[in-house]
Design a protein around this ligand. Structure first.
Ligand SMILES: Cc1cc2nc3c(=O)[nH]c(=O)nc-3n(C[C@H](O)[C@H](O)[C@H](O)COP(=O)(O)O)c2cc1C
Length: 161
């Protein structure tokens, strides 16, 4: 399987999460490519699953991440699954609340998910939030490991739907 891990990042934390997800894909024997939403010309996107991440800034995604999600179809992504993630300061302690509920609506990932859904893309309802410890990062000590664990859970569900 091939995973495409796309990210925007201002200070580097979201990029680190993207790298952790890509590392997990490779550790489980898959291919992984990292794509910055700032890459120009726009890449042609090919793969079996995509992860897209943005820093949360004022409860939403960056402009570059927003434009990237809007361009997904033009870049060739149609029916394959998409998983959204973000980094944010205010991640709740409760692991269950990371992917749903009130907090899900406060991060960049849920906004990107809703945009992709409105475009008819096959995006997962659950989103992943990874915490940072200050306005400009860095990631929490466990952030990269949490991202890997989540990626692994997602991979385990592939092919079972
Ligand atoms: C201008 C600005 C606005 C932010 N707004 C939020 C926010 O609404 N909610 C939140 O939890 N964190 C917020 N943060 C913290 C960011 O989520 C943090 O900078 C980001 O996770 C770092 O990711 P990066 O290193 O990939 O840029 C904000 C940070 C900045 C600089």
């Amino acid at each position: 399987m091939k995973g495409v891990v796309c990210y925007d990042s201002v200070y580097g934390s979201t990029k680190q999460v993207a790298e952790a997800i890509a590392e997990q894909l490779r550790a489980e024997g898959h291919e992984a490519v990292l794509v910055s939403v700032k890459d120009r010309p726009r890449p042609k996107l090919e793969g079996d699953i995509m992860f897209i991440g943005s820093p949360t800034r004022w409860f939403t995604m960056t402009k570059d991440a927003k434009d990237f999600v809007k361009d997904l179809r033009a870049m060739g992504w149609k029916d394959q699954p998409i998983v959204m993630f973000d980094t944010m300061l205010g991640v709740p302690e409760d692991l269950g609340e990371r992917t749903k509920g009130e907090w899900g609506r406060k991060g960049a990932a849920a906004k990107m998910r809703d945009m992709a859904k409105a475009d008819g893309l096959s995006v997962r309802d659950e989103v992943l939030h990874i915490g940072v410890t200050g306005m400009k990062g860095p990631l929490t000590a466990t952030g990269a490991q949490e991202a890997k664990g989540y990626a692994s859970q997602i991979l385990a569900t592939m092919g079972k739907r």
